[in-house]
Design a protein around this ligand. Structure first.
Ligand SMILES: Cc1ncc(COP(=O)(O)O)c(C=O)c1O
Length: 396
């Protein structure tokens, strides 16, 4: 089947955060939204069909895991990433961010230090700080259009209270797909200093331009024993509203510790719709994934060309994975506040403010390009118009 990603779907009246929160976030309800990380494409037919079929039963009581689901997940991981996972290493969870918070609670104590690599997906900060742990920044280095890890800085920052690192692989917002050598070096440092790796690999299926995702836990058995990997089908198949994710934890003790934490919160059950969607995605999603990656790559290529030719003051960090693109506006010389004001009020577009992503985010904005190309074009043309007005004002 050929999917039509050019189709513009009206999301008003669907309780969509991306659309309904515009007033709250941007102070304006008519900005074109390119912010929160879901897609403006229809969720694939095989997921919708699975949900409809389940609804036909007409009883939505407490649910157990569909038989064979963990085997289906393990099958996906081996086919997609050549990662051999035993089904009993898998636990179903209510979303990646909640799971990151549970990991912080289960594996660290109040006052312990947790490393993050900013600029990074900002809920990483909240799950640490809001649970009484301390954030340690190990900022990424931007070199020739790609982010790299800074191992010298990392080693310098580790002390006796450093317990954990939240790794983002692939990286949001920078789009780096971490390479085997980078992950190996990181994992070796973590092993040496007994720092547990919590690896958020939610975007791992969305590999662009021939890049290859390496699950950090797939590197070797010792690294696997020191890693909790958080995954979901929600980004790849546009089901973020279904609140489902899973972890892969090869080490038995780590697995028990997290399972106990979830049991304490009475969160060991999945939810019917999330479970159905996850199973359908991994049983039937291969062709859809191939097509969506092609469309995302074409959107990114289009954006790159547009910026180069028409808005050269904006520098794009070309992503190796994810549908999120990190844009550098620093050449404009605006304060972050003025940049936000310009984008919202002059250009009429709603991006994710770079400052939210922590150190290194100043002067940047993140754009979500998982939308029909016509929508992306409209947003960029509005941006070009705002730049022209600004230049004309400066000249007059
Ligand atoms: C890196 C990363 N982790 C987690 C999430 C959200 O996961 P969930 O909706 O399962 O909590 C996102 C969403 O943008 C993300 O980019």
């Amino acid at each position: 089947m050929k999917y039509d990603f050019d189709e513009v779907v009206d999301r008003s009246d669907s309780d969509s955060v991306k659309y309904d929160y515009r007033n709250l976030l941007f102070g304006k309800s008519d900005v074109l939204p390119f912010w929160v990380a879901d897609m403006d494409f229809k969720t694939p037919d095989f997921i919708i069909e699975a949900l409809k079929k389940r609804l036909d039963h007409e009883i939505l009581g407490y649910t157990s895991l569909p038989e064979g689901l963990k085997e289906v997940i393990a099958g996906w991981l081996i086919r997609q990433h050549q990662w051999e996972v035993q089904p009993d290493w898998i636990t179903i969870n209510p979303g990646v961010v909640p799971t990151l918070a549970f990991c912080v609670l289960a594996y660290t104590k109040p006052g312990d230090q947790v490393i993050v690599q900013p600029p990074v997906y900002f809920p990483f900060f909240y799950v640490i700080e809001n649970n009484g742990r301390k954030i340690v920044h190990n900022p990424l280095q931007l070199q020739q259009g790609r982010y790299f890890m800074d191992f010298t800085d990392l080693k310098r920052k580790i002390n006796s209270r450093t317990r954990m690192i939240l790794l983002c692989n692939p990286h949001n917002p920078g789009g780096s797909v971490w390479k085997r050598e980078e992950l190996s070096e990181l994992a070796a440092i973590c092993r040496k200093h007994q720092i547990l790796i919590i690896s958020d690999e939610i975007h791992s299926d969305l590999m662009l331009f021939g890049n290859k995702h390496i699950p950090v836990a797939s590197l070797d058995q010792e690294i696997a024993a020191n890693t909790v990997t958080c995954l979901s089908s929600s980004k790849t198949f546009n089901t973020a509203g279904l609140a489902i994710s899973y972890t892969v934890i090869p080490d038995q003790q780590l697995r028990y510790d997290l399972a106990n934490m979830l049991r304490d919160f009475h969160l060991s059950h999945g939810n019917i719709s999330g479970l159905m969607a996850l199973e359908a995605a991994y049983r039937h999603g291969k062709d859809w994934l191939r097509q969506i990656i092609q469309y995302l790559e074409d959107n990114i290529d289009w954006l790159e060309g547009f910026l180069k030719n028409r808005l050269p003051a904006i520098r794009m960090i070309k992503p190796e994975g994810t549908f999120l693109v990190w844009l550098d506006f620093s050449e404009l010389g605006l304060s972050q506040k003025d940049l936000n004001r310009f984008l919202i009020h002059q250009a009429g577009i709603g991006l994710s403010d770079g400052e939210l992503f922590g150190p290194g985010g100043q002067g940047f904005q993140r754009i979500n390009i998982a939308c029909p190309r016509s929508f992306l074009m409209k947003g960029m043309e509005q941006m070009e118009g705002a730049f022209n007005d600004r230049n004309n004002e400066k000249e007059s």
